[in-house]
Design a protein around this ligand. Sequence first.
Ligand SMILES: [Zn+2]
Ligand SMILES: [Zn+2]
Length: 385
Amino acid sequence: MLKKLVPELIALRRDFHQYPELGFKEFATQKKIITYLDNVGVKAKKIAKTGVVGALSGNRQGRTLLLRSDMDALPIQEETNLEFQSKNSGIMHACGHDGHMAMLLVAAKLLAQFKENIAGNIILAFQPNEEDAGAHKMIEENIIEDFKVDAAFGCHLWNQLETGRIDICDGPAMAASHYFYLTVKGVGGHAGFAHESIDPIFISSHIIQAVQSIQTRQINALDPAVIMFTSIHSGTNTTIIPEKTVLQGSIRFLYENGEDILKKFEQVVNGICNLHGAGYELEFKKGNDMLSNDPSVAEVVRKAAFSILKDEKKVTADIRTMAGEDFSEFAARVPAAFAFVGAKNKSQPIVYPHHHPQFDLDEDALVLGSELYINVALNYLKDIF
Ligand SMILES: [Zn+2]
Ligand SMILES: [Zn+2]
């Protein structure tokens, strides 16, 4: 049934790929999605500035499942030489969100054709700005309450997994992320009289090393956590001890109640600065909450994946990642699950990682992703066809 729609599925993905838009600027993308949904008989409207929500009601009463696709591209200059490469200079669909939109649109078309047989409602959520935690805007605009959502499902095409495989785990799947902004305040002076200064570079180097002990000495080594410094700025030349060092980075964890690590981080910073007589300013900003899969929804997804791939070995539960995903906003409010759909194909070769200027995805995976949306919806709503 889906086979007939494969050319349409690929054409949709390529069109989104050619005209990528950054987070909360997905205006043309939004328009295309609304037009498509209108044409297949799904009522759709704008939400969260550049997002779209469509509602598909079955002919009988039942539960309500939200299916989510993200929409945004990245500020990357594409270097793929694909015939359908980006026409928007400096912007590229380098994460696969073009594929997600195509998969969910075609799934909506097929589900709409069978709505007499569906008990309940399917909410099609096209969410803007995933790369910068944009899901909260849909939540603030009450998508969960207004549509009385009972559960949610999302997926990501994944280039670390071969095409023909689907991965879904129970519990923690993608990490919580918090960003830190630290300024170590010393006393500047001459490099020849260091004892008369308080050297913020020297102190910062201690902090960078010392906080790495938190993961094994202050929290259980079996609880995954990383503390990454991604930016350091200080000083001007070879003879001046600077006044301050400005450091940034992220703290990520993949276990319940891991927020404690932020306090422990500050304790170490505070201790080392005190030791050397330096001051500091420290701010945290939250990125994503941890994404944890509800086992009962994950089971629905697993069964849907079995029915598509027809081989238990191809449905795995291996992928847990320290990357974040703002689908966690939905998962924090209703039972939800998030799957990875393999899109790597060494023979083509399609091997570049997400966010790479040569990123591409195996279009055979689009069919599997679209079928997954459909089968999860039908299984969850206990269809009768
Ligand atoms: Zn991404
Ligand atoms: Zn992504």
